[in-house]
Each structure stands twice: as structure tokens, then as C-alpha cells.
Design a protein around this ligand. Structure first.
Ligand code: BGC
Length: 613
């Protein structure tokens, strides 16, 4: 079980102590190694590669052989408040998303995941749901939703909803009833407890030491019924009691509501937190104080309890009754790949199809050895299940800033995109990642919208920085809205970092993504070839082969994770009598047109993808 920092936490990096030793990641199946030596190279630009589609007109919704669609789709997370405002109120909405589907189709996105758009008091910007079966008027109506899903379908884009099962809003009717009296039939739908005692001056003492992920005690006292209720997040987000079967039934009904409406799956929010220890034991202290000023605790008794897997199995069985391979994705910050494997149901494959792998994307340093180890873990330690890699989301500083060194950010971002889109994993992107959008951290407390930033200021400035509006063009509000002010400010770099400008620049971040996505979608080795690490002791260059399928060509990928030039040579006799590899994609001009497999000179932070001849 991991530390409290290991699960959901937002800005807090994955603790290094979960990294396994290098030895453990060496695979028996490894192919020949390669040699490398430092050499000189030049920083360079990306050539545009023609966009190829595997099945004309079918897009990613189409199946390839027996593979379910979600294995090959590129997933794209949209934060609806910030994607496109269609009615000039400064907030993004569903009709705005519908207007922008053409852009997503041009990227060849297979599925969009919308963060919550349900009715909500918006204390946690939608993650506090007051009605699971409707749309918040700020975002539109159910009719707008249906139209968006239908139009997305015509563009071969599927829609994934965010489902928050751990907690509701304190304004949800279930909680209002539950809180109304100790004898209300819904009392046991939430986690109510008597005080542990009272202080000398009569103040109730919380039942135990559990801390909210958003600061302070996780217990809120209700003077009316003289009990505390438990909230993993804000006090306005009371946790449901998953030990009560009525809760499961009610929540599964809401899942069915959206499945019946045609959604293609769900991303389950904070799902490892569904259960808490029945004995309410104190979480062990790890020592130290976090950014919110609370003691740092292990989450032994509040996270990733084994009971949750029974729910996941029942959920999967229920969803399996629907046609069309509906997909279940988990927000699964976990301490190790072994824990992650359990979320698939291990070798039984009977829980989530795509729990998120946060081990790779949140290492937060471009360390070839560490990334190799983590990617290899995902290849070898999840019982043949399909990995889901993600580098960006609405809860963490953008990868542009987490991995960037301030000098080579674009080249580094291209390295990350290359890893995301050439590995075997299903890729999950976050809006604006394809543009190289950066984090716009608020500079004044009075500008902060995210409550974590308000309570944690100045140590914790909240998550507004990674949620600023999508940058479409260099015009007013970056083309996001016609309003005089937008809910969050537009990133200061919008004049140059935007869709319109980048579409016109062959070497832009956007064209890098388009090129990689197109190659991934059309190349059989990238679609289905096994992945084998090369040059496994190289601390600077991460390289691997995706083996050719049915005798077709293999693809070799090498990324320089350092600010120094590096030279690599590959001995690929194990994948055929390969003596050369035609360059397919690179941002190093010196490597364009090259077909060498020996002495490949990689400029600092450059990426190279070759097709083995
Ligand atoms: C979401 C956050 C949210 C939290 C509480 C998460 O894991 O991604 O944005 O604040 O759950 O619902």
C-alpha cells in the first residue's frame, strides 16, 4: 500500500521510493544490446510525414482484427470549462465541444473523456455532483449532450464520461436525506460516526486521524445530528458508504443511465478510495507536514482496500452486457505495477480494461533508465493487459513544465510525445498538450479559483494553472470565448502557441503529434508489434523496437533524454537481418534521409523513429 502522496496527488510527485531497482526490470526476452558513445549532433526540426489512415473513413472507432477499439484509439481529455465557449459567458460548454469536433478529427482522436458536466455546486468544479443524471445548465442540456455524442459519432469519435462514485456533493438529495436525521433510511449511505470524545471545552473530537486530500481533518461535524461524516476531499464532498449494497445499486443505475444514452465508457474518479477501514484505525504517520500544513500519513486504511475489487468485478460484468466494448478507465494512482495489475483483474482480465498507469508519466524527470524500467514494467508485469499511459491531466502541472528544463522544453515535449505514441500503451492526452501549452500558475491569491490553492496558498497554488482555456488562435481570448473575461485567464503565450499558428508550421508541436498519431494509427508494428527494449544499460538514450507483424518491418525508436549529443548503434539481428533503418520521423535534421543503424548521432533531447529495412 502506498503513502498518501502516492495516489491522487496533484502536484506531489510520485515518490521515488516506489521505483524498483534497475536489475528487476531486465527482461529475459531482451534482444541484443547496443553500444553508445557521446558524440556531437545538432538540434533540429521535425519533417512532416504524410497522414495515413488504416481504413479510410473508419477512423479509430473501427476495430482492427479482434482488438477492441480502445486498444488503438488515442484518448483525449477535455476540461469542458476550458475547451470552447459557444455562448459568450467566458465558460466552455458542450456546444463549444461540438463546434470543435472537426479539429479533434483532424488529429485522429478516437475518444474524448469529458471531466464532469453534471449539475454541481462547483465547489470542486464538477467533481461534487448533485445530480448524476443531468447536465449542469452552465454546460448545456441533455439535448446538447445527445447532439454532441451523435456528431462525434459521425466523426468516429467516442465519448467517455467521468464518473465520481467515491463521493457526492453535499447538495445531492441522497446526502441531504442522509444528513436530515440519524434514523433517515439513507443515513447509512454515507459514513457517519460518533465523536471519539469531547475536548475540555466541549468540542467534539474526530473519530480518528484521517486527513482530507484537500487539507484538514477528513471528518466534518454535523451539530444537528451530533455525528461526524467522512470526506476524502472537500467537506462538500461526503464519501458514500460502499459497504451498503443500496449505494452500489444506485450508483450502478447512474452508470446504466449514461450507457443507455450511448456513451462508450467511463473514467472512474478517485476509484481506489471507495472503501475505508471498517475499524476506522488511524493511518500511520510518515513524519513531516504537507503543503496544506497537515501531518503526512500512510493511506493504509483509506485507499486501495481489497474490497474495491469485488465492486470492480461486478461493474465490469454489468458493463459487459452492453454491446460495443464499452471501456472502463480508472484514475489509479498506485504505488507499484503489481498493485496496478490487480485493477485489471490480473490474469482474469475481469476488472477495468484500462486503469491508468501513473508510474511512467509522472516520474517528472527525463531519466532514460527510470522511464525504461517503468515502461518495461508495464510491458511485462500486467498479465498481458493493455497499458494506458498518460503524461498530463487537470490535476498536475503540465508536463511541459514538469519535464522541461526551461531551455529545451519543446524538444523534451517531443520526446514525451514520442514515448506516448510509439510505445504499446493506449495513449491518453490532455487538451493543449499537443500545442505545448504551459502551466499558468496564479501569481495572486485573490485570482485563485481552485479551493486547494486558496487553502494551501502560497505553498500550494492549486490546479488553475493546468486548466486555462484552450489556445485556438492569436485573436481575442485565443479564440476560446467572445466574453470580456474568461473564467481563468488565457495563457500569456497564446499569440504563438495556438492551433492556427501551429497548423501552419511544419515543425510545430501540433504537427509532431499529428505525424506520430498518423504513423501509430497506420503502422502494423506500432499497432500490434511486441516491444523490446534495446541498449538496456544506456543511461542517456531510451531505445526500443516494436517488432514487425506477419513478416512486416519492425520500427525502432530512440530518444535522447539528455542535453548532450549522444551516439547510438543498434544490433538488430535478433529481429531479422537488419542492417539499416529508414528514418521515418525525427526532429533532428541531420538524421533526415539517414538509414544507418550504426553511429546514429542524436542531438540533445532529440527523437528518432526508423523503419527497419
Ligand atoms: C479528480 C480531481 C478531483 C478529485 C475529487 C480527482 O481525482 O481528478 O480533479 O478534485 O478527484 O473528486
Amino acid at each position: 500500500m502506498g503513502a498518501s502522496m502516492s495516489r491522487k496527488h496533484y502536484r506531489l510527485e510520485m515518490p521515488g521510493r516506489f521505483a524498483k531497482s534497475l536489475e528487476t526490470m531486465l527482461v529475459a526476452a531482451a534482444l541484443c544490446g547496443a553500444t553508445f558513445a557521446a558524440a556531437h549532433g545538432q538540434m533540429a526540426n521535425a519533417p512532416a510525414v504524410p497522414v495515413a489512415h488504416e481504413v479510410a473513413g473508419h477512423g479509430q472507432g473501427a476495430q482492427s482484427g479482434n482488438d477492441p477499439w480502445w486498444k488503438h484509439a488515442v484518448f483525449y481529455e477535455i476540461y469542458p470549462r476550458s475547451f470552447q465557449d459557444s455562448n459568450g459567458d467566458g465558460l466552455g460548454d458542450l456546444n463549444g465541444i461540438t463546434e470543435r469536433l472537426g479539429y479533434l478529427q483532424s488529429l485522429d482522436i478516437g475518444a474524448i473523456w469529458l471531466t464532469p458536466v453534471y449539475p454541481s455546486p462547483l465547489v470542486d468544479f464538477g467533481y461534487d455532483i448533485s445530480d448524476y443524471e443531468n447536465i449542469d445548465p452552465q454546460y448545456g442540456t441533455l439535448a446538447d449532450f445527445d447532439r454532441m455524442v451523435a456528431e462525434a459519432k459521425t466523426r468516429h469519435i467516442r465519448v467517455i464520461m467521468d464518473m465520481v462514485m467515491n463521493h457526492t456533493s453535499d447538495q445531492h438529495k441522497w446526502f441531504l436525506e442522509s444528513a436530515s436525521s440519524r434514523t433517515n433510511p439513507k443515513r447509512d449511505w454515507f459514513i457517519w460516526q460518533d465523536p471519539k470524545g469531547y475536548t475540555a471545552d466541549g468540542k467534539p473530537i474526530p473519530p480518528n486521524n484521517w486527513i482530507s486530500g484537500f487539507g484538514g481533518s477528513a471528518w466534518q461535524y454535523d451539530p444537528r445530528t451530533k455525528q461526524f461524516y467522512y470526506h476524502e476531499f472537500y467537506k462538500q464532498q461526503p464519501d458514500l458508504n460502499w459497504r451498503n449494497p443500496e449505494v452500489e445499486k444506485a450508483m450502478f443505475d447512474t452508470v446504466r443511465f449514461w450507457l443507455d444514452r450511448g456513451v462508450s465508457g467511463f473514467r472512474f474518479d478517485a476509484v481506489p478510495s471507495l472503501f475505508e477501514d471498517q475499524k476506522l484505525r488511524d493511518n500511520p504517520a510518515l513524519g513531516g507536514i504537507n503543503a496544506q500544513g497537515d501531518p503526512i500519513l500512510e493511506d493504509t486504511y483509506t485507499n486501495n482496500l481489497p474490497e474495491v475489487h469485488d465492486v470492480m468485478r461486478r461493474l465490469r460484468a454489468m458493463v459487459n452486457h452492453y454491446p460495443g466494448d464499452r471501456v472502463l478507465i480508472g484514475e489509479t494512482y498506485l504505488p507499484s505495477v503489481q498493485e496496478l495489475d490487480k485493477w485489471y483483474g490480473g490474469s482474469k482480465h475481469d476488472e477495468l480494461q484500462l486503469p491508468m498507469d501513473m508510474q511512467v508519466g509522472f516520474t517528472n524527470k527525463l531519466d532514460a533508465s527510470l522511464l525504461r524500467q517503468r515502461i518495461n514494467d508495464a510491458e511485462t508485469s500486467i498479465d498481458g493487459n493493455q497499458p494506458l499511459f498518460v503524461f498530463d491531466n487537470h490535476d498536475n502541472k503540465r508536463s511541459w513544465d514538469r519535464y522541461g528544463d526551461g531551455v529545451h522544453n519543446e524538444a523534451i515535449a517531443k520526446v514525451l510525445a514520442t514515448l506516448l505514441l510509439t510505445s504499446r500503451s493506449t495513449p491518453l492526452m490532455y487538451y493543449g498538450e499537443e500545442l505545448g501549452m504551459s502551466t499558468s500558475v496564479p501569481t495572486r491569491k485573490e485570482d485563485v479559483k481552485d479551493p486547494i490553492g486558496i487553502t494551501g496558498w502560497p505553498k500550494e497554488k492549486g490546479r488553475d494553472g493546468e486548466r486555462t482555456p484552450m489556445q485556438w488562435n492569436g485573436e481575442k481570448n485565443a479564440g476560446f470565448s467572445t466574453a470580456s473575461t474568461t473564467w481563468l485567464p488565457i495563457g500569456v503565450d497564446y499569440k504563438t502557441v495556438n492551433v492556427r499558428v501551429e497548423e501552419g508550421e511544419p515543425d510545430s508541436m501540433l504537427n509532431w503529434y499529428k505525424t506520430l498519431i498518423a504513423f501509430r494509427r497506420s503502422n502494423p508494428a506500432l499497432r500490434n508489434g511486441t516491444m523490446v527494449m534495446l541498449d538496456k544499460n544506456n543511461p542517456s538514450v531510451l531505445s526500443f523496437v516494436r517488432k514487425g507483424v506477419d513478416g512486416g518491418p519492425s520500427v525502432v525508436v530512440a530518444v535522447n533524454c539528455t542535453g548532450e549529443p549522444q551516439t547510438v548503434s543498434f544490433d538488430l539481428r535478433a529481429v531479422g537481418k537488419s542492417i539499416s533503418a529508414k528514418t521515418v520521423i525525427t526532429d533532428a535534421p541531420s538524421l533526415r534521409g539517414s538509414s544507418k543503424l550504426k553511429d546514429i548521432a542524436l542531438p540533445p533531447f532529440s527523437s528518432w523513429v526508423g523503419s527497419i529495412q
